[in-house]
Design a protein around this ligand. Sequence first.
Ligand SMILES: C[S@@+](CC[C@H](N)C(=O)[O-])C[C@H]1O[C@@H](n2cnc3c(N)ncnc32)[C@H](O)[C@@H]1O
Length: 222
Amino acid sequence: MALYEKPDYWSIKAKKEGYPARSVYKLQEMEEKFGLFSGASRVAAKSRFFKVLDLGAAPGSWSLYALRQWGKRIFILGVDLSPLSRNYDAGLFGGAHYVFLQGDMTTGEIRDAIVAQGPFHLVMSDAAPGTTGNPGIDTLRSLVLAEAALAYADQTLLKGGNFVVKVFQGGDTPRLLQGIRERFKTGRSFKPAACRRSSFETYYLGLDKESPLYGDVLKLSP
Ligand SMILES: C[S@@+](CC[C@H](N)C(=O)[O-])C[C@H]1O[C@@H](n2cnc3c(N)ncnc32)[C@H](O)[C@@H]1O
C-alpha cells in the first residue's frame, strides 16, 4: 500500500462512525464554521424540507452525513460517475429523501435530469478527477468540474442559498473564486483540517446567493 493510501486518523474515525470516506469530516467542519446546511434550511423555512444537490457524491459520506443530521427535513439529489457504497446507509439511500443519478455531471443528459429536480437551497460539489500526478493536468480537470458546479449554482440554486466546491489550487482558480464573490454575499476559500497535508485541494464557499436564478447560463457540452 502506498504511503498516501495508509489509513490515517480520519479514515479510521470514519470507519468507526459508519461513513464510507474520511471526506465527511471536511463537510462537518464547514457546516460547523459556516452553517452551510443550517443557512439553507433557514432559506427554506416555510417549506416542509430543503433541497440539496450533492455533485461527486460517491461513495456517499457527504450525503449520509446530511441525511443523518437533517432526517425528514431534507431532500438530496446525489450525482456521480460511480455508484454509492451501500455498506453504511441502512436503507437511507433507498428512501424517499434521496435520489441518485449515476453519470457525468458535465453532460447535457445529466444536466437536464438535475435541473428537472431543482431548484436547490444548497449546491455542494466534492467532485474530483482521477489524478494523473501532473499538477497542471489535474488542476485543469478539477477546474472544469468546479466551473460546472458553479454553473449548476447559477441555474438551480435559490436566492439566499449556499454553495461549496472542491478545487485543486493553481491555474485559473482565483478567477473561479472571483466568480463566486460576484454571485454570493460572501465568497471565500477554506481548507478543512481533514484534507491531507500533502494535497493541494481546498474548498471555495459561496454563502447567501444574491441573484435569483439565471435560467439560461448553464453552458455544458450537449
Ligand atoms: C472525493 S470523491 C467524493 C467523495 C464524496 N463527497 C463522499 O463524501 O463520499 C470525488 C468523486 O467525484 C466523482 N466525479 C469525478 N468526475 C465526475 C463527473 N464528471 N461527474 C460526476 N462525478 C464525478 C468521482 O467519481 C468521485 O466519486
